[in-house]
Design a protein around this ligand. Structure first.
Ligand code: SF4
Length: 384
């Protein structure tokens, strides 16, 4: 019996859940930041996760908030590597936010953060270059989940129309679920809510907790993918594409709406021969509701980290349009490259499964127009 699938779902920490190790994550340091042990329930929750890592050094820093954990490493690449081995428990008082997109066609949307950052190692990671993560690149679990859920409830009731709350903008939405069991709180909460809907973005294949929950189609699960040959080269310490696709099939069989995001597309030399068959396989094997495509959208610091890992001469940097900085400040591929890659992918999706909606992420209006996709504006991944 699922204890959390009742009429009035539990909104607090899933204390009856037995944590299991999250694949691809082996913390060496665990930091207890402000608020992490404030109540008996929080203490039990945190200690049950700590017990999985007996070799990790546990440091009590309840004098500082989660985002002030500092590092001796001055070199940003070393600091990032150390951060990925550091798990921080804390509380996040402003975990539910409205996005602030300007200079592109993305609709603004609500997003929330039960976690911060992620344990995976994508070489193109844009998040690693954002201000907060740059200085304190730790993997975070926020224990004030009850407050976060209550904020979502309040906002959704005020909006009084079906609204998506997206988890995956500032973290991987599912990678740490084996540790926390948060899905056992979140999925039933959204299932029972009149207006709030959940959209999860992930590269994880840890879907076991999701499969037996009553979701009522109000949680949408999205996987970030690329052709396997490209993922192997540019994504380190991440579940393989095969494993992600298996997880997608399991969630689709359990009735969850399933979406995919291919972003960033990566213009390797023979990209046509990789993207063509991969997209065809993806769309024929998985009943995708939507597929959203995007290029690289990288700020300076993230690019610096990426070039440190793969060298300055790489096929991503080589296609970045130096002459024109995009209006929203993100460096992008040449528009011809984007157009060619999006065109091939959208054509294959439309030919293989016309039911799947194709949309673009963080793109400019003329790119949508050239591809004949303007009817799908606003039907992209982070929104309903
Ligand atoms: S999954 Fe997302 S947040 Fe995590 S390393 Fe990859 S790009 Fe960065």
């Amino acid at each position: 019996m699922d204890l959390f699938a009742s009429e009035s779902p539990n909104r607090g920490l899933p204390i009856d859940y037995t944590p299991v190790k999250a694949p691809f994550f082996e913390p060496e340091r665990i930091i207890l930041a402000k608020g992490s042990m404030e109540t008996e329930i929080r203490r039990r929750f945190v200690e049950s996760i700590i017990s999985l890592y007996p070799g990790a050094l546990v440091i009590d820093r309840r004098d500082i908030p989660h985002n002030k954990v500092s590092f001796d490493e001055k070199n940003p690449v070393e600091r990032l590597a150390a951060g990925k081995k550091t798990l921080v428990f804390g509380e996040h008082k402003s975990a539910v936010r409205f996005s602030d997109e300007e200079g592109n066609t993305c609709p603004n949307y609500w997003h929330f953060s039960p976690y911060g950052f992620c344990p995976y190692g994508c070489k193109y990671c844009y998040l690693a270059g954002t201000l907060g993560v740059w200085h304190s690149p730790t993997v975070k679990i926020f224990v004030n989940i009850e407050e976060i859920v209550e904020q979502i409830d309040k906002i959704a009731k005020k909006l009084s129309s079906p609204t998506a709350f997206y988890v995956g903008k500032l973290q991987d939405g599912l990678a740490l679920d084996p540790l926390t069991g948060f899905s056992k709180v979140l999925v039933p909460f959204f299932a029972a809510h009149e207006f709030a809907r959940q959209v999860i973005l992930t590269k994880s294949d840890s879907v076991e907790n999701l499969l037996n929950l009553e979701h009522k189609g109000k949680t949408i699960v999205t996987w970030s993918l690329n052709p396997p040959e490209i993922a192997e080269k540019y994504e380190e310490n991440v579940p393989s594409i095969e494993r992600r696709m298996e997880a997608m099939k399991k969630c689709a069989a359990a009735g969850y709406p399933v979406r995919a995001v291919i972003m960033p597309v990566i213009p390797v030399d023979n990209w046509e021969t990789l993207y063509g068959p991969f997209v065809k396989k993806l769309v024929s094997e998985i009943p995708l509701e939507r597929l959203t495509i995007g290029g690289i959208c990288i700020y300076k610091n993230a690019r610096r980290l990426m070039e440190n890992k793969i060298g300055a001469k790489n096929c991503i940097s080589g296609q970045i349009d130096k002459a024109t900085e995009s209006e929203d400040g993100r460096a992008r591929y040449y528009s011809e490259t984007r157009h060619k890659m999006y065109h091939l992918i959208s054509r294959i999706v439309q030919e293989t499964n016309p039911e799947t909606t194709v949309a673009l992420c963080l793109e400019e209006p003329d790119v949508w127009e050239k591809l004949g996709l303007t009817n799908n504006l606003g039907r992209c991944n982070c929104v309903l």
